[in-house]
Structure formats: structure tokens, C-alpha cells
Ligand binder design. Sequence first.
Ligand code: NAG
Ligand code: NAG
Ligand code: CA
Length: 383
Amino acid sequence: MPGPIGTSPSRRWALVCTAMAASSRRRGVCPSEKPWSRCLSLHRMYVTLFTFTLLCLHWSRCSSDDDHEMEEFLKREFSLSKPYQGVGSLGSSHWELMGDAMITTEQVRLTSDMQSRQGAVWSRTPCDLKDWEMQVHFKIHGQGKKNLNGDGLAVWFTKDRMQKGPVFGNKDNFTGLGVFVDTYPNEEKHLEAQKKRYTPRTERIFPYVLAMVGNGSVSYDHERDGRPTELGGCTAMVRNLKHDTFLFIRYVSRRLTVMIDIEGQHEWRDCLDVPGVRLPLGYYFGASALTGDLTDIHDIISMKLYQITVLSKKSQDEEDEDEITIPSVDNFELLRVPESEERMSSVAIFFTVLFSMVGCVFLIVVGLLVYGHWSETRRKRFY
Ligand SMILES: *[C@@H]1O[C@H](CO)[C@@H](O)[C@H](O)[C@H]1NC(C)=O
Ligand SMILES: *[C@@H]1O[C@H](CO)[C@@H](O)[C@H](O)[C@H]1NC(C)=O
Ligand SMILES: [Ca+2]
């Protein structure tokens, strides 16, 4: 299995630094590991120029500060794997089934390929681990052609458990973390029906993996596939694959990282990476899925929880001082793609052109001055 990778420290500048890197990466313009080299679009550059300068000063520390190691241990009481002994039948089992979910020898089937199903599997034990990683082995398959299937599955770390609802089979206004594998593009279909089109910049290709943190009073916008509350996400073509597909959710030092392994190459691929995610202890792990008019088979093959121990050389930083009671995300605004981005961008283009012209004029003036000075001294030398 994949080993631990380094995390950056949780100091303020690192948070901002990575938040902005993540926010530019999630726009889909930054495929590489060096976000600053290529991915800042010009208009955003002006907005972030000042911060950027500060970040540059810290960048070397930002990227090299991996001087702590991590260890991971499988925690059986929070893991679900074959042969699923007692799950769904024994009260002593660590996991409990709900709704249409059922156990076979090969998987926990959350929904079958039928309409209006919802099923879930929930851990019975609240988890008090501070740093952890959940590795989910799942499978989504069905008869439906692309975009005629739905709705997807979710992995949860929430305050409440065993509650039915519209958010991939869990209740709305949930409290905690949800990571969704959304297989149906509701928003796109909705826009299509209105004969509108996406701008390429805001389009998300489905199936799409995304994360959301709820505090109990934030609703998941199903019609827009959770766009208003999206922390980050990525496209993941996970349906009807022959090989195994995995989702990794890592929560270490308040940093949420989601990775996927769906190519059958045993390689992790970054999906999202968000610092400053505050989740209380004592929440429950679970997974759920839902079908509506469109259907799919949503299977969980295993969920393995690893406790992560960060062996930091540094003394414990600010992290431990206050206990978290309500889930939240620092600098959530920074992660958001502004709704008014399209209108913004024409203003930004104007300023880009303006600044460029001012810059050119400045260069020409400087050039002329230098040339004048140079030719003058040359003339002096010759006469
Ligand atoms: C939950 O989050 C929303 C949006 O960020 C905020 O307006 C609201 O005050 C928060 N509620 C609580 C109880 O923290
Ligand atoms: C969720 O919260 C929103 C805003 O606080 C509220 O309008 C809505 O009725 C709530 N929905 C449920 C199912 O509790
Ligand atoms: Ca959807």
C-alpha cells in the first residue's frame, strides 16, 4: 500500500500559501506540482501580487519544510473489510447497515441498479483520532450509458449517523465532512434544458469528486452539484472499470487531502488539498449512496482507517490550544471560484491592457533616456 507522504507545517503563511496554490490548482489550469510557475492567470495575479511577493519570500521554507515523518497504523475498529463478519446482523459488529444496503461475500452493496434506492453503512464507534487517513475501495457500475446514471456515493465523517436524506443518502445540513463521488451532472443538464452553455472555465467534467464541510446549517445544493460549498474537487472517470478504484481521504494537522487511484496503476493522483479544515473529534465514519430516476450499483469493498502519527521535530504549534466544536474551513472565500468571475474578467482584461501599456511606455522612456545618455557620452568621447 502507498506509504505516507510529507505534510507542510501549519503556520499561518503556509496555510495561506497552500490555500492559494490549491485554489489555483482547482481551476484546472495548474497540472504541475509547481503551482506558481504557470498557473496564475493575469487578472488574478494583480489581485494576489502583494501576497505573492510575501509568499515568494517564504516559498523555500514552504516547500522544503517536510522535516517531520509520519507513521500509520490500521485501526480495525474503524475499518470495514471482507469477510464483513457480523456486519448488518450482529449488534456487536463495528459497522451497521441502513436502508437498501446489503452484504454479499464480495462487497457492501449500498444500492443496486434500481430507481429510488438509498443505502448506507455506518461505523458504530465515534472516532477520537486527531490525524487519520481513510482508504476507500469502491466500485460504481451499471447498465446506464454515460450521463444516464446516478447519483453517486459519499464518504462521511459526521456528527450524526444513520439518517436518511437527499445528500447521497444522508441527511442535508449535515455536520462534518462529506466527500462525494457525484456521477450525474445535474447543473449541466439543467443549463442544457435552458439552452445555456458553460464557459469552459467553470465546467466540471463528471463523474466528479468533491469535498464539503457542513456545520449543521449549510445545505448541499443538489441542483448545482454542490458548487456553492465545494472545497475542491477533480474529475474521476470511475464507472464500469475492470480494475479497482480507490479514494483516499487524509486529515492530518487540519489539512484535508483527497487523492484517487482509478487508473489501475497503483498511483495516487491529487484531487484536492485544503489546509485549515477544522473537524471536531468524536464523529462517525460512514458511506452512503443514492439512486433517483437514474441508477447505478454503488459498492464499498473496503474502508480502511489508518491512524497517522506525526513525529514532528518541532514543538507542537498553535494547533492544540483550542478545542474544535463546530466544523469550519479557514479562508473558505479564498478557495471559492467567484460567482462573478466572468464579469470580473473583462474588468481584469482592461486593467491588464492598461498596466501593460503603462509598462511599455515606461520601458520605452527608460530606453530612450539610456540611449540618449549613451550616445551623449559616446559623442563626448569622440570629440
Ligand atoms: C455555518 O456556516 C455558514 C456559512 O459559512 C455561516 O453563515 C453560519 O454562521 C455557520 N453556522 C454556525 C453555527 O457556525
Ligand atoms: C438546512 O438549512 C437551511 C438554512 O439554514 C434551511 O433553510 C433548511 O430548511 C435546512 N434544511 C433541512 C433539511 O434542515
Ligand atoms: Ca449530481
